[in-house]
Design a protein around this ligand. Structure first.
Ligand code: NAD
Length: 257
């Protein structure tokens, strides 16, 4: 067995949502360096174009398509276009996501619906759109960005919408894994702890939150996007060929306590 080769994605096409920032962007770097052609998807069109140019400049094979994952018709159209222009999509990483802090009593209708829309619907629509081609070809791997927030409740901040959305992503992951296992399509999720990205930037600047986070994390630090991308590469690649329906914690030990 060529074990290092099991982690390669040569000849594969990998689509990544939320690709213009943070974990999604680092997943593009990791998968590109492992030999995949990368399809970056994000609603932030300008940022997407800038990051795509950087990755192309670094020698990776990358295309970018503006796509809002909350719009099913748009997601379907982009998926059709990507399949037409790239021939196939072997790997999908659903990394688009948002977080809003709110107490339950003060949560607005808009905030609740927006978090659910981006995180839950925005994981299902691309999975359905790209998963169809994978099922047809009897081959594919989908990696969802769940969270330790879908396993335990975080503190001291309140964010019931985010925690509920991540719990839903974990169950969606298992449901699709069960449905598509015999079709050769694997579906797994990562459950990261706190990661140093744009999403957590403002919160990391607040000592009242940040000190508790570090205290609650056995390893005593945040994760780097590259540490999440490496785990995504495992789940996307043949190295995890017998893994489906898994929720892989990458959280510095946060969920052991
Ligand atoms: P980020 O804010 O750095 O990046 C998120 C990206 O998603 C952005 O580029 C944004 O434009 C894009 N996006 C948002 N809404 C979108 C939409 N409707 N359509 C298309 N793109 C959209 O965040 P991140 O930290 O890289 O988070 C990536 C994923 O990892 C999210 O699902 C997040 O919930 C999850 N996660 C993050 C952490 C963390 O601590 N950063 C921890 C656990 C899980």
């Amino acid at each position: 067995m060529d074990y290092p080769g099991q982690f390669r994605l040569d000849g594969m096409v990998a689509a990544v949502t939320g690709a213009a920032s943070g974990i999604g962007l680092e997943v593009c770097r990791a998968f590109g360096s492992a030999g995949a052609s990368i399809v970056m998807l994000d609603r932030a069109a300008d940022q997407l174009a800038a990051r795509r140019d950087e990755l192309v400049g670094a020698g990776l094979t990358v295309a970018g398509y503006a796509c809002d994952v909350t719009r099913p018709a748009e997601v379907n159209a982009v998926a059709e276009r990507v399949e037409r222009e790239h021939g196939r999509v072997d790997v999908l990483v659903n990394s688009a996501g948002i977080a809003v802090l709110h107490s339950a009593a003060d949560c607005t209708d808009e905030d609740w619906l927006r978090v659910m829309d981006v995180n839950v619907n925005g994981t299902f629509w691309p999975s359905r759109a790209f998963g169809a081609g994978m099922v047809r070809r009897k081959s594919g791997s989908i990696v969802n960005l769940g969270s330790m927030s879908g396993i335990v409740i975080n503190r001291p901040q309140h964010a019931s919408s985010y925690m509920a959305s991540k719990g839903a992503i974990h169950m969606l992951t298992k449901a699709l894994a069960a449905e598509w296992a015999k079709d050769g399509v694997r579906v797994n999720a990562l459950a990261p702890g706190y990661v140093a990205t744009e999403m957590t930037l403002k919160m990391r600047e607040r000592p009242d939150l940040f000190n508790t986070w570090l205290d609650m994390t056995p390893m005593g630090r945040c994760g780097e996007p590259s540490e999440i991308a490496a785990a995504a590469l495992f789940l996307a690649s043949p190295a995890s060929s017998y893994v489906t329906g898994a929720i892989l914690s990458v959280d510095g030990g946060y969920t052991v306590w």
